[in-house]
Design a binder for this molecule. Sequence first.
Ligand SMILES: *Cc1c(COP(=O)(O)O)cnc(C)c1O
Length: 348
Amino acid sequence: MNKPVDLRSDTVTLPSPSMRRAMYEAELGDDGYGEDRTVTRLHEMVAERVGKEAALMTPSGCMANLIALLTFCDRGNEVILGRQTDMYLWEVGAMSAVGGIFPNPLENELDGTIDLAALEASLRPEDVHFPRTRLICLENSHNLSGGTPLTPGYIGQVKAVADRHHLPLYLDGARLFNAAVALNVDPLEITRHVDALMFCFSKGLSCPVGSIICGSRSYIEEAHRHRKMLGGQMRQAGVIAAAAIVAMTEMVERLADDHKHARLLASGLLELDGLEVRPEKPQTNIVFFRPARAGISTEALASRLEVAGVRTLPMGSWLRAVTHFGIEADDIHRALQIIAVEWKAVSR
Ligand SMILES: *Cc1c(COP(=O)(O)O)cnc(C)c1O
């Protein structure tokens, strides 16, 4: 019996053998006292890679986003962000619940961008009736648009709007390196337009745990206070940082394979009659598909696939499939064979 092809998310990735070795051998100390040399090395390495003065590792991407927002905003401040983003949809409303921050969600276009005119129109003037707009946020790559990378050109245009209104720009770059690899640009081309950002080690970079916030030295000092406040201070965190260091050196370039596999998957799915596939040519590692006509249940298809050995993630009327470390071209071919059989059975 073959192992199931698990395409639910790039969070199911397991650490590579060299990560496990690095974790085992990591030089450790109490990071609460700033004494974990492995953590410090990761902070320096990442700050340089993304062109910011400093960085701060966090246990999760959700916490990184929350810390970042708490560091930019006071209670009652407003944040502009995409409606179809992780921060708006899937982070438990933490910015409001914990930070008293008021989200102003704008529609994301099919390519994950926010329309610049809509953005401009949403920025409020100083008026006693209004919350103060304090921050603009983008997500790159944009998950719900099928992992579409936002280009440096577009991000620069958003930055120009932000600058005109004296607002900082924040990037939820959970999959920043997928975006950079797909666009074939240095990550610096993306990050130079934003004041602060986070990215995840625990997605396509295959680490077991961890994300990181990057920004100016004074910003990261403030973020450090908020991490402590949220209970995100860790002790011998070098065990986690060691895997992240390996990720930065060994796992970035190979994301191109995941992207190739996603294109392979999408083109195979497109050959099946009656399936709608989005995007038809994925740029990164995410593909969505669903029955093109009403009356066939996405859930039913998902559970049949699961039993037959292909795991996908139902999201609304769509099934999401994500390629990642551990998924090879052969797995994609096997998944496509299974999907073809099961799709034929449910769509008859
Ligand atoms: C996964 C993800 C997060 C949250 O990261 P966790 O580590 O799961 O908390 C935030 N933003 C985006 C775009 C993500 O994909």
